[in-house]
Design a binder for this molecule. Structure first.
Ligand code: HEM
Length: 404
């Protein structure tokens, strides 16, 4: 609780800290009393039927870390290597997420503030094919079809054998967890990429407020809720009994052209999304969480154009639904082949979780690839699909039902 700590700080700041600067103690106390408590020791439970980091609230920062298994002889050796990696990651993640140093922790003091750290482990197709586990692979775990909108840089942001999704409210915590988790399995896996993303900093606004993406749109309004998780997110083990409690993740890196987006007048920006920029309300009226009315007509024209992103992305059947849990990225601009440096290198690390990629995600993605007004300003440059392992109960190892 923040109570005693808050009072201590109020006392310190009020009596000693600012008094000497001539700041009235009364004003300081009034201000300090609505000061937010710190969140560094907040913990998200690691153990459970499901891994954390999917339906748990998204913390402010993420590192998606893509790694490949280092080929080491035959399938049996590879499977043993995978088993070893999962053992180390389970032990380290259980400790780090609880605010305890990992077993071989180079900087144990950096482990003390978990700040809602979650570590979520996923397997790509390569973790099954190279390891003699092909008959245990979830049916939908294969690359997405090629879409005409894709300009994928497979080497930089493509499919890997394994994935770590590391989320926390503090980037120092993430840097440390990333370092520990990758260093402790060096030799068995090789790092391919790290994709860094962020949402609002914790505390800048209430967490019930929908975040904005870097095009300025309110992004995340229509999403799954807790009542949908069992039917639409978590696998029930019907096809692969070992996978009960797992899910799938589609990770798309989608670049935004902010220069051309910014040239657009605000009305056209809204027509391309189908929602108001100011508050995210559908163009058919009401407020953010009111249902869009795709039949509504204004001055003889549809209020929400059929070509708009929400009209195209809207489910055509109840199965076409998934959990969106993306992050923004804003990386240093890189010079192109001609040496010109763009003004920004921003976009979305679009992450979708669903029980079945083929049935739930793929039809929506195919429709958006065919047509979506937003496609003029957005370009998918990375794409990967992972099987997110079922959770580990205390004393269990992640993937225990798969590898031995
Ligand atoms: C809705 C932005 C890519 C699926 C929305 C909304 C915005 C948005 C502003 C409206 C608010 C909301 O309901 O969250 C973007 C941007 C993208 C992008 C900027 C790329 C940079 C995608 C992709 C998919 C997708 C790749 C799936 C393949 C959806 C769905 C909705 C939605 C299902 C809710 C539609 C409904 O109202 O039923 N997106 N999106 N989006 N988006 Fe995207």
């Amino acid at each position: 609780g923040g109570g005693p700590a808050l009072r201590r700080r109020t006392l310190f700041v009020g009596a000693a800290g600012l008094a000497g600067l001539g700041v009235g103690v009364k004003a300081v106390t009034a201000h300090a009393s609505d000061e937010a408590p710190t969140h560094g020791r907040d913990v998200v439970e690691f153990y459970g039927d499901h891994q954390a980091g999917v339906t748990t609230p998204p913390p402010a920062h993420v590192n998606y870390v893509g790694l490949d298994l280092v080929s080491s002889g035959g399938e049996r050796d590879m499977q043993a290597a995978l088993a070893g990696v999962l053992q180390v990651w389970t032990e380290d993640a259980a400790r780090l997420t609880a605010g305890d140093p990992a077993l071989a922790d180079s900087e144990p003091d950096l482990a003390r503030l978990p700040a809602r750290l979650t570590v979520t482990v996923g397997l790509g197709p390569g973790a099954f094919t190279g390891t003699g586990l092909e008959n245990r692979r979830p049916r939908w775990l294969h690359p997405l079809p090629r879409y005409v909108i894709d300009r994928l840089d497979q080497r930089r942001w493509g499919q890997t054998d394994v994935l770590l999704q590391i989320c926390a409210d503090d980037p120092i915590t993430i840097a440390h967890a990333t370092r520990v988790l990758t260093a402790n399995v060096a030799g068995r896996v090789r790092l391919r990429w790290v994709q860094r993303g962020f949402r609002n900093a914790r505390g800048t606004q209430d967490e019930s407020v929908t975040m904005r993406n870097l095009m300025g749109q309110v992004d995340g309004t229509v999403n799954l809720g807790p009542a949908d998780h069992d039917s639409l997110v978590w696998d029930d083990g019907a096809e692969q009994p070992w996978f009960a409690g797992g899910t799938s993740m589609v990770l798309r890196r989608i670049a935004m052209n902010l220069d051309t987006w910014q040239e657009l007048d605000p009305r056209d920006q809204e027509l391309s999304v189908g929602r108001r920029i100011a508050d995210g309300a559908p163009l058919s009226g009401g407020t953010e969480h009111d249902d869009p009315d795709f039949e509504a007509v204004v001055d003889g024209l549809p209020a929400i154009p059929a070509s708009s992103h929400i009209a195209r992305a809207r489910r055509r059947s109840e199965v076409e639904r998934f959990l969106r849990r993306g992050y923004n990225y804003d990386d240093p601009p890189e010079p192109d082949a001609a040496g010109n440096v763009p003004t920004s290198n921003s976009g979305l690390l679009f992450a979708a979780f669903q029980r079945d990629v083929d049935a739930q995600y793929a039809p929506v993605q195919a429709r958006l690839a065919e047509h979506d007004a937003l496609n003029r300003w957005t370009t998918p440059i990375g794409s990967a699909v992972y099987a997110i392992l079922p959770g580990a109960r205390r004393g269990e190892v992640l993937g225990a039902g798969l590898v031995r």
